[in-house]
Design a protein around this ligand. Sequence first.
Ligand code: CTP
Length: 208
Amino acid sequence: GGTREPIDAVRVLANRSSGKQGYAIAAEAAARGAQVTLVSTVDLSVPAGVTVARVDTAAEMQAALEHLAPASDVVVMAAAVADFRPKAPATHKLKKHDGVPEIVLEPTPDILAGLGAGKRPGQVLVGFAAETDDLAANATSKLVNKRVDMIVANDVGAPATGFGYDTNAVTIFLADGDPVAVPLSDKRAIAAAVLDQIVARRARLGNN
Ligand code: CTP
């Protein structure tokens, strides 16, 4: 899901990600026999056999991932991590009578790029990209810049895809192959297509 970055003691900067695609990937991986930890900001029903680590902010998500990723064969980053967070969140509730606040933002860490930089041989890293324009060019540059094995790109402007829907349509951009288009399907079927590509990539890297 989306991270939630505090503005003050009661307000957050959030986004429209529902977490459904990440939960579907966790469910599909567990159903295939993987040992799965789901690092999540949302409270959907936990798939059978999946362990959940609950986080709110990009910083908490990064800490959880830095703890879990070194021992993981596969890391899938389906989360909508905020790119910016309030630089100095107020510890109290901002009051209306104090006037309109000026909220200064600062960048969050790029969790996936950090995992890409520290990737160990044989490990498979998967990123997502939600785009409204220039899908292929943006996804391909994320593939290279974040040093990941594949980017699952979806056009959030298209009908019935992306945030909040139970369906999605994606193109999986691979570091070592042609893009794979997955037509409009429920998010569990998208998860299965992504897992198929992960299994194939692991086999090409000499794992099974
Ligand atoms: N991501 C991340 N940490 C961030 C931002 C993004 O780990 N601070 C991950 C997402 O989980 C996703 C991938 O990077 O797997 C791409 O996220 P996206 O928001 O599409 O890319 P950005 O690099 O943030 O670029 P932009 O928002 O400008 O498109």
